[in-house]
Design a protein around this ligand. Structure first.
Ligand code: HEC
Length: 207
């Protein structure tokens, strides 16, 4: 039996005792006590009825890059990274969005070559893209494209090329990133690629 269920049974016993006192005992003093016990017991029962939540740090998903066989596998990993560890979706939308603070990346894999996208991610200041989606002179975007290979996002080369594969795939382009080339890249420790789930898991402490 879980801890919460045990406490709930104790609470019910306490409330039951209070009700018993009110029903069967005449002494005023004890009846007041019985009433107090009922109020306190009910309060504890209500409190125990509230779901117990514990927040855990975000789970890290790792992918073994050696298991990647096709460009589609690579794009699948890239998609996870785009929406989690890479934080791209914090700024970019895929498709028009009123709230997006940065260029819409829809079709970007068809517009830009993989080399240019790689440069956009790792040398974001080399060529600054301005916001033309309004009347008048183009403006700078309110945010800055971060250096994706440096802290805090710090994607490895393999991770960056997975994201580029995803950008090509979602633009309806054939993926031109070569899986074997990506397998050979080891700028950092590992042959693993990681995506961090954006939402921490919630656990019910009662389970
Ligand atoms: C903090 C906000 C922010 C994050 C996070 C971010 N970007 Fe950007 N990105 C921008 C801004 C602003 C620009 C436009 C200015 C520029 O070109 O430097 C841009 C430009 C780009 C461009 C060039 C677009 C063009 O049409 O030339 C690409 C490609 C791109 N980002 C991809 C990504 C990817 C992939 C990620 C995740 C790995 C990412 N961005 C994360 C803000 C961001």
């Amino acid at each position: 039996m879980s801890e919460v269920a045990l406490l709930q049974i104790i609470g019910l016993l306490v409330v039951g005792t209070g009700v018993g006192i009110l029903l069967f005992i005449r002494s005023k003093f004890l009846r007041v006590g019985g009433f107090v016990i009922i109020v306190l017991g009910t309060f504890s029962l209500l409190a125990l009825g509230v779901p117990q939540m514990a927040s855990l740090p975000p789970a890290i998903e790792t992918f073994d890059i050696t298991k990647v066989k096709t460009p589609d596998d690579l794009a699948g990993i890239g998609q996870k990274i785009f929406f989690s560890k890479g934080q791209c979706a914090l700024c970019h939308s895929i498709g028009p969005s009123e709230s997006a603070r940065c260029p819409d990346l829809k079709g970007i894999g068809a517009k830009l070559s993989p080399e240019f996208i790689y440069e956009s991610l790792t040398e974001p200041q080399a060529y600054i893209y301005l916001d033309f989606r309004h009347e008048g002179v183009p403006k700078e975007y309110p945010a800055r494209m971060p250096y994706i290979h440096k802290n805090p996002i710090a994607l490895s080369k393999q991770e960056i090329y997975s994201v580029i594969a995803f950008l090509q795939k979602m633009s309806g382009e054939p993926i031109s990133i070569d899986v074997d080339d990506v397998l050979k890249m080891r700028d950092r420790d590992a042959m693993t690629v990681a995506a961090v789930a954006t939402h921490g898991a919630a656990a019910n402490a009662g389970e």
